[in-house]
Write a new protein. Structure first.
Length: 225
């Protein structure tokens, strides 16, 4: 017990227990997936629904700029704070350098902010994991950040409570040269594998290409399933 009372205390076996607890918050969040093709990134997520919920008030995929978006798993309040931070960083970069921010740079800014709160007493780690995807001058990119501030780049990845089953679907079906339509179908298969009882209205899907940022409607998603 003494080793999990402050974020700055290591346990005897070299663990930061508060960071590990934050990772559990990510694992208990609804499933999110991301995958990239040669010229596009597809992000998908399962969002919580309720009978009287206003659908437009709750999203799991956040647009940061015309070329990049984030999907999350974990504490939505923490996600909202980091998303607003990412949007500001993106706009500052656009004004300062007269161009869109690179996906790698944006991911580093977010990861740095996550990491800094693991080093000081009186704060707690962000209990949210991100899949950050977009298209920039280097091509399509997909990154994951966890509560520790670790950054990993992926061809395809899933986070959240259904991630284990979703990853198996991605590992089985992913091909580097797959088309955008094939990638969309695979993302939906992975989401359904992770959470079989999810309704069409609970699925969000976004496609980012060099030319456009597209959110699929419920009807479009139903046709793809």
């Amino acid at each position: 017990m003494a080793y999990d009372r402050a974020i700055t205390v290591f346990s005897p076996d070299g663990r930061l227990l508060q960071v590990e607890y934050a990772r559990q918050a990510v694992k208990k969040g609804s499933t999110s997936v991301g995958l990239k093709t040669q010229d596009a990134v597809i992000l998908g997520a399962i969002k919580t629904s309720a009978p009287l919920l206003a659908e437009d008030s709750h999203k799991k995929i956040y647009q940061i700029d015309d070329h990049v978006a984030i999907t999350s798993s974990g504490l939505l309040a923490d996600a909202r704070d980091l998303v607003e931070y990412a949007r500001v960083k993106s706009q500052v970069n656009k004004i300062t350098f007269s161009g869109p921010i690179s996906i790698a740079s944006l991911t580093k800014f977010i990861a740095d902010r996550k990491h800094v709160v693991t080093q000081y007493a009186g704060v707690r780690p962000f209990g949210v994991g991100f899949l950050i995807g977009g298209v920039d001058d280097t091509g399509s990119r997909l990154f994951e950040t966890d509560p520790s501030g670790t950054v990993i780049e992926w061809f395809a990845q899933a986070i959240g409570r259904g991630s284990d089953k979703a990853k198996k679907a991605l590992e089985t079906g992913y091909k580097p040269k797959m088309t955008v339509d094939e990638a969309i179908k695979l993302a939906l298969e992975a989401l359904k594998a992770g959470e079989k009882e999810a309704k069409t209205s609970e699925i969000e899907l976004t496609i980012i290409t060099p030319k456009e940022f597209t959110r699929l409607s419920d009807g479009e998603i139903a046709k793809k399933l």
